[in-house]
Design a protein around this ligand. Structure first.
Ligand code: BGC
Length: 722
């Protein structure tokens, strides 16, 4: 298994969290031979905001005030409504340019009818794949690449990252987000945001907030209690705000009975108040309905802009229902944000970045290498490149790249299909058979069966594969026990009907334009898989926390018409499970998912030992240091993601069994041992208290649980909080 490709863990200096490495003498023997040797440590306590705007907030505000003084009321009303679908209105006479916005998290969605800025853009693996890398450093490079392609294409605002928590497997947009755990999502998002900002592009945190289904999303009313909102649905946004994000997009859904884009509670109280956000807020496209409410809510910009503000704002002004100061506050927020990022002082477009596309493609490839999860392997993998036997390849997405749809769709270029990648790896041994006979399936030495789903914005998709597809998979694994199933999907799918009979299951998500190369590298062992699931995959949808979220009597649909249908009654989507989302739910209910959060296999083995914690008794607000030792006990180099969970031994209210509060990704040569230090603070023990509206860490004992997956805790220690 030559050439293990894990190099992107470094360089460490770009990852601004402290790193602690204590190599043991035995490990040094291997160090020089190990190019990929590196360590990333991730915890809550040490993240720091890393981006400084080129123009300070105060200077930008002053300049915004000066510009505003030169604008007519009509111009002020124009700038708060978008124009030409994806632009902020410019005013050449004032030196204010039109500014283009483009989707989104997994690359630049090119809209040729609107902007001729780019001929091509890199299709990255989808964000849930990025989350599966547990590598914030890679999130930075991925995002910076997307930001640089924005610069090459004259895009001032990237309409991403999306970061809504994975609550139901069926949500059509899970592929655009970062999984079920707020801590993991937050650590990835803060680096993503910094990456985009460092390119000179403004990232947009979306969709704020509690937009966790795409089923009739415009008429869905998320009913979420305060504690759940804070513990589960806000942390990734908070991390993005703290990292310096300069745009936020509100969501389609209502929160507690009001559409988020026109809700004062959501925008002024939560986002600007509690989260301390100070830059531009925009609506999602056609997601607000009442100009007066929009203006009073703290919203700045209605997109795409042809509706309510454009139609009614002037009249409301005349009637005295809103005042000019409110319109000016909106315009000023937009202008201030653009000035602070330098968007009025330099061209957005910079063709220099075109030459960086090959580098961007490398980051895309590396993300796929570290993001594809090996869920099951009875020993069939890795399957050596050379051999006399044939490999029968069949199924979906063999000759066409699997991608998510909707605004997040990125076409990519020089696409490597699964077929291309397998041919390049295994040569003529690969036989692609579209509809194999039973005999062909039975007699094949090995079968690679590709399956999956097409997920998209606008609707949710069933957890189970469509009947015909399910039957295809069941038939194949039944006829040939040497079947490797490769799954392309944007979230969990039902695998219960065939998982046990598959020889291996490789979860490739939507791998991006070159990600199938990584699939082939993993199949043949050139790359040792290291990804871990950022979600739990349940056995049956009925096992999952929000399985009954659809309104009574309604069923899933596909298509844009129902999505746009405002005659559909507003339905309550009650987050009855509270904070018990994902593994928090399965553990509390003692339901074993098919594959738990944090699970993912490697071709090597790791041993964990020597946990220690200092100090053993802590005061409120202090730091805690957890040390562990990890050894690669197998024969090949590999990376391990050690997960640190906190379990409150007793608690004044119902709390999850355990919660992720730190992790470390460590690359180890065979036989190599490393000490890893993860730091926590007592904030990591806290819950959101609804009486005090604050995080409270209750005095008492807390167990620190460490292991390679949420269901495999191999080390334990205890801390007492005074
Ligand atoms: C999506 C947003 C997207 C916007 C612009 C909306 O339908 O929900 O995520 O940024 O369109 O394309």
């Amino acid at each position: 298994m030559p050439g293990l490709k894990l190099a992107s863990l470094g360089p460490l200096r770009q990852f601004r969290l402290p790193v602690f490495m204590k190599p043991r003498p035995s490990a040094l023997l291997f160090r020089s031979a190990m190019l990929a040797s590196s360590l990333l440590v991730c915890s809550n306590s040490v993240a720091e905001p890393s981006f400084k705007t080129p123009v300070s907030y105060d200077d930008a505000d002053q300049r915004a005030g000066e510009l505003l003084a030169k604008m007519t009321t009509a111009e002020k009303l124009q700038i708060i409504t978008g124009h030409n679908s994806f632009y902020i209105h410019g005013f050449p006479r004032l030196g204010i340019p039109d500014l283009y916005m483009s989707d989104a998290t997994q690359g630049v969605h090119i809209r040729k009818n609107l902007s001729n800025g780019l001929d091509k853009s890199t299709a990255f693996p989808c964000p849930i794949s990025l989350a599966s890398t547990w590598n914030p450093n890679l999130a930075y490079h991925y995002a910076r690449s997307v930001g640089e392609e924005c610069r090459a294409g004259d895009v001032a605002f990237l309409l991403g990252p999306g970061m809504n928590i994975y609550r139901v497997a069926q949500c059509g947009r899970n592929f655009e987000y970062f999984g079920e755990d707020p801590f993991l999502a937050a650590r990835m998002i803060e680096r993503y945001v910094t990456g985009v900002l460092d390119s000179g592009t403004i990232p947009t945190l979306k969709h704020f907030v509690a937009n966790n289904t795409d089923f009739h999303r415009r008429t869905s009313n998320s009913v979420v209690d305060e504690r759940t909102l804070h513990e589960i649905y806000l942390p990734a946004f908070k991390a993005g705000v703290d990292a310096g994000a300069m745009a936020v997009m509100t969501s389609y859904n209502q929160l507690g009975g009001e559409w988020c884009g026109q809700s004062k509670y959501v925008i002024t109280d939560l986002l600007r108040g509690e989260l301390g956000y100070k830059w531009l807020v925009m609506t999602d496209w056609w997601s607000v309905w009442d100009a007066e409410k929009i203006i009073h809510s703290g919203q700045d910009l209605e997109m795409p802009g042809e509706k309510f503000l454009a139609a009614d704002a002037d009249r409301l002004l005349q009637e005295g229902k809103v005042n000019l100061a409110e319109i000016e506050r909106m315009a000023r927020a937009i202008i201030r944000t653009c000035i602070a990022m330098g968007l009025y002082d330099r061209p957005v477009k910079d063709t220099y970045f075109l030459q960086k596309f090959p580098e961007h493609e490398q980051h895309a490839l590396q993300t796929a290498r570290e993001g594809i999860v090996l869920l099951k392997n009875d020993g069939i993998l890795p399957l050596a490149k050379t051999g006399a036997d044939k490999i029968l390849v069949t199924g979906l997405f063999v000759d066409a790249l699997a991608r998510g749809g909707g605004s997040a769709d990125v076409e990519g270029y020089d696409i490597v299909t699964l077929h291309d990648a397998l041919r390049a790896t295994y040569g003529d041994r690969v036989e692609f058979v579209k509809d194999p006979t039973d005999e062909q399936l039975k007699s094949a030495q090995t079968v690679f069966l590709s399956t999956g789903t097409f997920d998209s914005e606008g609707w949710d998709r069933p957890f189970a594969l469509p009947d015909a597809e399910e039957q295809r998979v069941v038939r194949t694994v039944s006829l040939n026990p040497r079947t490797v199933v490769i799954v392309n999907a944007g979230g969990g799918i039902r695998m219960t009907g065939w998982n046990d009979r598959a020889a291996a299951v490789l979860y490739a998500w939507y791998p991006g334009q070159v990600g199938n190369r990584a699939v082939a590298e993993i199949l043949c062992g050139d790359t040792n898989p290291s990804a871990k699931l950022p979600i739990s995959i349940e056995r049956e949808f009925a096992d999952s926390p929000a399985h009954d979220y659809l309104p009574a009597g309604e069923s899933l649909y596909v298509g844009w018409e129902p999505d746009n249908d405002m005659s559909h009654r507003v339905y309550k989507n009650e987050y009855k499970e509270g904070v018990f989302v994902g593994y928090r739910w399965y553990e509390a209910r003692k339901i074993a998912p098919l594959y738990p959060f944090g699970h993912g296999l490697s071709y090597t083995t790791f041993n964990y030992k020597d946990i220690s914690v200092t100090p053993g008794t802590v005061a409120q607000g202090s730091r805690i240091t957890v040390d562990i030792t990890i050894t690669n006990t197998g024969k090949v180099a590999g990376a391990e993601i050690a997960q640190v969970y906190v379990h409150p031994v007793s608690a004044p209210l119902a709390r999850p069994e355990k919660e992720l509060k730190g992790f470390a990704k460590v690359a180890l040569a065979p036989g190599e041992t490393r000490s890893v230090t993860v730091r926590l603070t007592t904030k990591d023990f806290a819950y959101w208290d609804i009486a005090q509206h604050a995080w409270i860490a209750a005095p008492g004992d807390y167990e620190l649980l460490v292991g390679p997956a949420s269901d495999q805790i191999v080390l334990k220690t205890k801390v007492t909080l005074r």
